[in-house]
Design a protein around this ligand. Structure first.
Ligand SMILES: Cc1cc2nc3c(=O)[nH]c(=O)nc-3n(C[C@H](O)[C@H](O)[C@H](O)COP(=O)(O)OP(=O)(O)OC[C@H]3O[C@@H](n4cnc5c(N)ncnc54)[C@H](O)[C@@H]3O)c2cc1C
Length: 504
């Protein structure tokens, strides 16, 4: 393979699923040369997921992308949680999008692919990753189309069976599947022969022009990858129902298990993982696409700063620290849903107790925020005895009055840069951050509840001052600026400190 022609690029992203496409767009926003390798020449016809959750929409809104999806999806005011007979309400939770959005995953990918391509990502369909070699200076990626790419970093967004993960020797510990589920996207020969919803052990969901039927695979073959035929699926459904319901015109027949595994390292040298490549979990809760987008959003700006030479020590490692911890919670919550669905009478008191908690308004909110990731709070340094409640969390999309006019906090993040908003009387924090103006948008504004706030490019609050500005606030800000944006650069004093968007 070494005699193959070689190209040089800054970052190679393997996989054009939700994680890879959003990551590529984020890297391009910061001007990073990005190639996406996707083994499929065209997107498969079948559709796995059908939703974007509140957290994913909040993140997409930080780049002005949420409307693209909201305008064509359908809104449901609650979150999915299998295993408990409760409705998890999104009203009153910490989100700017208090709903789950019904939208096919294939459509989400189409929009993200268009966005990534427009941003300048070089998306190569039909080009499969075959292997990699990494050294201290870079990574060589072997591509099936007969060439190599030398890159500074490679990100495996290549799904649960990630070849990148395997090639980099990253361990993937967890639990193997104990149960298997058959899924069929089919038509009913006789319309209405099977009601929508749960019919004994069969779950039927209406889809445009077809139905999705899922049922347990009671006798999975030794080779779990053996293709599922219509005959096999028909027999499993009939067996589960105890009667014959004729199925036809299969669009997608598959089998999936309830394995839960997580990569031990999300960052290994110059190889990184995001999305399903970093974690697989049972599909309960319908959250995989959303977590994949969340990983990509956390990683994009950090990798871009690293490639651009602006990253402080430890910035890339913080991707592992922050997202691995979220992955641990993800596996726990999806596995819990599977356990609660087990046919085991001993679970009845637990289900009863959790149902009571989830039906309590405070409990309902806590459940909903935990399961959707709305409670995500990354660890941030603060010497304050009582840090501002926004610290570490996604800063809400509050309206702001700047000298340039009315804006919202989320809209200030559209360029992919971090933002410092100062509503203190003397705007002293803006003056303090002058040396970071090549990396930050500095905004003087009124109408902000904390007196000033530093928001990372991914929308999470890195620092917030409340009350009268103090020396402590200033020391905390200095630390936060260095921790997330590296050393300041001395530039000529600027005359405008109201709102500044300096081009890269
Ligand atoms: C039946 C089912 C239903 C689901 N329902 C939902 C739902 O309702 N909501 C939800 O949020 N999630 C759902 N999920 C989960 C969701 O589909 C995944 O979590 C999500 O697609 C992960 O995104 P990703 O970008 O990490 O990986 P993927 O979407 O798997 O993308 C990986 C990409 O990498 C490519 N690739 C793989 N190997 C190579 C290679 N060697 N070279 C180049 N390219 C390669 C693949 O072709 C693919 O395009 C469901 C999953 C299943 C199986």
């Amino acid at each position: 393979m070494t005699d193959r022609p070689q190209e040089t690029h800054q970052v190679v992203v393997v996989g054009a699923g939700p994680a890879g496409l959003l990551l590529a767009a984020e890297l391009r926003l910061a001007g990073v040369g990005t190639v996406v390798l996707e083994r499929h020449a065209k997107r498969p016809d079948f559709c796995r997921g059908f939703n974007l959750n509140a957290r994913a929409l909040d993140l997409l809104a930080r780049r002005g992308l949420d409307r693209r999806f909201v305008d064509e999806g359908w809104q449901v005011g609650h979150a999915a949680f299998s295993g408990l007979p409760v409705t998890l309400n999104l009203a009153g939770t910490a989100t700017d999008h208090p709903f789950s959005l019904g939208i096919p995953q294939t459509r989400v990918e189409e929009v993200l692919e268009e966005h990534a391509a427009k941003s300048g990502a070089d998306i190569r369909r039909g080009h499969a990753f075959e292997g990699l070699d990494q050294d201290d200076d870079g990574v060589t990626v072997h591509v099936n189309a007969g060439y190599r790419i030398r890159a500074e970093y490679v990100v495996g967004c290549d799904g649960g069976r990630s070849g990148v993960r395997k090639s980099a020797g990253i361990a993937f510990p967890g639990t193997a599947s104990t149960r298997f589920t058959l899924l069929g996207d089919v038509e009913l020969a006789e319309e209405g022969a099977l009601p929508f919803g749960v019919t004994g052990p069969v779950f039927t969901i209406p889809r445009p022009g077809y139905v999705r039927i899922v049922t347990e695979d009671r006798e999975p073959p030794a080779d779990r990858d053996e293709p599922v035929t219509l005959d096999r699926f028909q027999a499993a459904v009939d067996d589960a129902l105890g009667r014959h319901v004729e199925l036809r015109a299969p669009r997608w027949l598959t089998r999936f298990g309830n394995a839960a595994r997580q990569a031990e390292e999300y960052v290994k040298g110059r190889v990184l993982l995001a999305g399903d490549a970093a974690h697989i979990h049972p599909p309960a809760g319908a959250i995989g696409v959303n977590v994949a987008l969340d990983d990509a959003f956390n990683l994009g700006w950090k990798l871009a700063a690293t490639v651009g030479g602006n990253a402080p020590d430890g910035l890339l490692a913080s991707y592992h620290d922050e997202r691995h911890a979220v992955g641990v919670d993800l596996l726990a919550s999806t596995r819990a849903q599977v356990v609660l669905g087990e046919p085991d009478d001993r679970l009845a008191p637990l289900i009863e107790l959790l149902t009571r908690v989830a039906n309590h308004p405070g409990g309902n909110r806590a459940f909903t925020e935990t399961l959707t990731g709305l409670d995500t709070r990354y660890p941030m340094d603060s010497c304050q005895e009582h840090p501002h409640p926004w610290l570490g969390r996604l800063a809400p999309d509050v309206p702001l009055s700047t000298d340039e006019g009315e804006v919202t906090l989320a809209s200030l993040l559209a360029s992919g840069r971090g933002v410092l908003v100062d509503s203190s009387e003397d705007r002293a924090f803006l003056a303090q951050a002058e040396s970071w103006q090549d990396r930050l948008t500095l905004v003087g504004a009124s109408g902000l509840a904390p007196s000033a706030v530093l928001v990372r490019p991914d929308g999470h609050t890195a620092w917030a001052a409340h009350g009268e500005p103090s020396k402590q606030d200033s020391a905390d800000l200095e630390r936060a600026l260095h921790r997330w944006h590296g050393a300041g650069r001395h530039t000529a004093p600027a005359s405008v400190t109201r709102q500044r968007n300096v081009e890269r």
